[in-house]
Write a protein that binds this ligand. Structure first.
Ligand code: ASP
Length: 457
């Protein structure tokens, strides 16, 4: 059995929805279909989830919500008209939204906002199920409460209660036809609607794939496959081959440095259950997409992708004979822990210790306080903060045991006159990280792409 998830751009209008139905009907193994709310139809359009957030906000301000509500209903009504689904489903969606609005005074603002946000996916799943039926295929909408999708934590940022797996697995142990399941939300133990973070339908798909032990979790989006680097930086990457397969570890390393493949949280359930994830294109379903799995055949000396992430800074601490001072690193990290700052990397020298942190943790106005705390705790000879750093990640299982991979990257950067601030390679040897000044980022990524993916190699 396959679990397929379709994102908002795949469900933005009737033409897209027809493509989704064609894709599902083309393979009888596609039995569980997870849907997002309708997304943007064009660049000037607004996602239904954003319309719903605006609707919730205006209702909370006590304004008349009629116009905002009609705008949401109209998004579904256009699809229903074009697909000739009849008026009943539109009336059902209108009624559902009004019933949700009526609960405003009995809920907190956060609870009410989640209830409204979830309406995008929930009503879309109902409409998509009706659209399948209209095409002559037995399909039913399934509700996260009835199937046991129990969430905990904060509204708008909820996480799965692990007990849900057993319930979901039972709920899907025996069913006929196709189930259309709304992404993005579940219910608290108290029965309140709670949503995952934005983009959370990916999480729902991943959870269901794990719960039913799917053969594969197909995630349909609008690209043929994952590119080996950011096409906004290296345009020609679009003409080259996408990544056919990558391992979970490779995906994690790339996602860390800003690869928009997937939100890290989204893949955890599928990764833990070792379910392969297939990223595919709704607009080009014959393309095999990118398969992300536990292991793959690796060609030694090759890399799978190059990622870059801006917004880092480096706290540099120097002290003569630091290496002999027991507890120096721990006390340095304690200062950061006390300030609620998490760190990313910690490269060190004989008498120097660097701690790389995300810049948003250390705004300029906070820097002074942190430096003062480090000085009083460790009496260093020198301490400073370097800003505007970019982390380049070169990722690939194929670099393990292959001499010269880092040398190749260093040479590529040297050839365009870029100096490296730091280099870090974990013992897993699935990636290495190079820190550079952010102003050099685009040139650096292009140089690395040429070195590792250019025709000369
Ligand atoms: N509709 C929600 C959002 O826009 C969830 C999703 O699409 O995955 O964030």
């Amino acid at each position: 059995m396959k679990v397929c998830k379709f994102g908002g751009s795949s469900l933005a209008d009737a033409a897209q929805l027809n493509k989704v139905i064609d894709i599902v009907l083309a393979d009888p193994a596609r039995r569980i279909v997870v849907v997002s709310a309708p997304g943007k139809r064009n660049s000037g359009d607004t996602k239904v989830t954003d319309l719903l957030i605006a609707l919730a906000e205006s209702a909370l301000r006590g304004e008349n919500a009629e116009t905002s509500l009609s705008a949401v209903v109209e998004r579904y009504a256009v699809m229903a008209r074009e697909l000739k689904l009849g008026d009943e489903i539109v009336a059902r969606i209108d009624g559902d939204l009004r019933a949700r609005l009526a609960q405003k005074d009995s809920l907190s603002a956060a609870e009410f906002t989640d209830l409204m946000k979830a309406a995008g996916e929930d009503n879309n799943a109902k409409l998509v199920a009706v659209a399948f039926e209209a095409r002559g295929k037995k399909a039913r909408y399934a509700n996260p409460r009835d199937t046991g999708m129990i969430l905990k934590g904060d509204f708008g940022d909820a996480t799965l209660d692990p007990e849900s797996y057993a319930r979901l697995s039972r709920a899907f142990s025996n069913f006929e036809g196709i189930v259309v399941y709304p992404g993005f939300f579940g219910y608290t133990r108290e029965g309140k609607v709670a949503t995952f973070p934005r983009g959370g339908s990916d999480i729902t798909g991943s959870i269901l794939a794990a719960a039913v032990c799917a053969d594969v979790y197909e995630n349909f989006t609008d690209v043929d496959s994952v590119y080996p680097c950011d096409p906004r930086i290296v345009e020609e990457v679009k003409n080259g081959e996408g990544i056919p397969t990558m391992t979970y570890r490779e995906m994690r390393e790339l996602a860390y440095a800003g690869f928009g493949v997937f939100n890290d949280d989204a893949v955890i359930p599928a990764v833990k259950a070792r379910i392969p994830i297939n990223i595919r294109n709704t607009n080009h379903p014959s393309a095999p997409g990118t398969m992300i799995q536990q292991s793959r055949r690796v060609v030694p000396g090759t890399v799978v992708g190059i990622a870059s992430a801006d917004g880092f800074c480096n706290i540099v601490v120097e002290k003569y004979l630091m290496n002999r001072q027991i507890g120096f690193g721990r006390r340095l990290l304690q200062v950061l822990e006390d300030a609620g700052i998490s760190y990313e990397h910690m490269p060190s020298g004989v008498d120097s210790q660097c701690v790389v942190v995300k810049e948003h943790f250390l705004p300029k106005e906070r820097e002074h306080k942190i430096i003062a705390a480090i000085k009083s705790e460790l009496s260093p000879d020198f301490v400073t903060v370097e800003r505007d750093l970019t982390m380049l990640m070169v990722v690939g299982e194929g670099m393990c045991y292959t001499p010269g991979m880092l040398a190749k990257a260093c040479l590529a950067l040297a050839s365009v006159g870029i100096s490296m601030s730091m280099v870090n390679q974990g013992s897993s040897e699935v990636s290495f990280m190079i820190a550079i000044r952010s102003q050099d980022r685009d040139r650096a990524v292009r140089a690395l792409y040429k070195a590792f993916f250019g025709s000369a190699t």
